[in-house]
Design a protein around this ligand. Structure first.
Ligand code: ATP
Length: 250
């Protein structure tokens, strides 16, 4: 098999006496849609935080496209082809939607987009269209509904052409129609070659797109493998899925 795009080895993150992530291993390969699930407080966002450099690991190593990123600051990781979104939509609420994406264009590491104003304008309009924001580019970001702010976070990440996009609960708090929009967008991004790592509680939605799953419980990996196999795994059913496992199998 090819070398993994992202490899986390024995990654631990402790906050004082609390071990939020305990020797976690993860391998994501190019072109995969990889889902991460687990109960509240299981360590999912902590894993995203250490991969993206928002916080540093207590021990373990992180390698992205063959390069050790374990100790790199978030600003360097963001320019290496890896972008992330956050569980709670993060935007510059007083800037327009278009200007929010522009900020991503300046700092996201795609040199041509950062330095060529014509290309940047083109790229911004392209990602606004892709994310369904073409009609609200001039609107102030703080006025957008939750779905709009989620679309905007994704657009701001996409303007830098990431090869790996990490999404923290992209469908949380959305209604069925809005979830479908995000699912279709994620499928399109993946079809265009982008590797996706997705934390999501909406299991039915995640299972409909994920090739593989990592399941965390109390900071430990209790399952890593094919998504469908998770539904048959006794530990997973006991720790997380419970009675939902039956309906998800159908
Ligand atoms: P959720 O599904 O609720 O978002 P999660 O699986 O993403 O949960 P984390 O946010 O990674 O869980 O939290 C894992 C544990 O680490 C929790 O007990 C949380 O309270 C703790 N934790 C997270 N961030 C910090 C921090 N900055 N300082 C102290 N403890 C933290």
């Amino acid at each position: 098999m090819d070398d993994p795009t992202l490899k986390c080895s024995e990654v631990t993150k402790a906050y004082g006496g609390l071990v939020a992530l305990d020797r976690g291993d993860l391998e994501v390969h190019a072109g995969e849609i990889f889902g991460i699930i687990g109960p509240n407080g299981a360590g999912k966002t902590t894993l995203f935080d250490v991969i993206s450099g928002v916080s540093t690991t207590s021990s373990g190593t992180l390698v992205f496209e063959g390069r050790d990123i374990t100790r790199l600051p978030a600003s360097r990781i963001a320019t290496s082809g890896l972008q992330r979104t956050f569980q709670t939509p993060v935007t510059f609420p007083d800037l327009s939607v278009r200007d929010n994406v522009l900020v991503g264009g300046y700092f996201g590491g795609n040199n041509s987009v950062a330095h060529d104003s014509e290309l940047r304008t083109e790229k911004i309009e392209e990602v606004l269209g892709l994310c369904g924001l073409e009609d609200v580019g001039s609107k102030i970001a703080g006025q957008l509904p939750v779905i709009g702010r989620k679309q905007l976070m994704i657009a701001t990440a996409l303007v830098s052409d990431p090869r790996l996009l990490m999404l923290d609960e992209p469908m949380g708090g959305l209604n069925a129609e809005e979830r479908q929009f995000i699912l279709d967008l994620l499928r399109d991004l993946n079809s265009s070659g982008m590797t996706l790592l997705i934390i999501e509680h909406v299991m039915s939605a995640l299972l409909s797109i994920a090739d593989k799953l990592l399941i965390l419980d109390y900071g430990r990996v209790i399952f890593e493998g094919r998504a469908k196999e998770a539904l048959e795994d006794a530990k997973v059913v006991q720790a997380y899925l419970g009675v939902e496992a039956e309906s998800l199998r159908n």
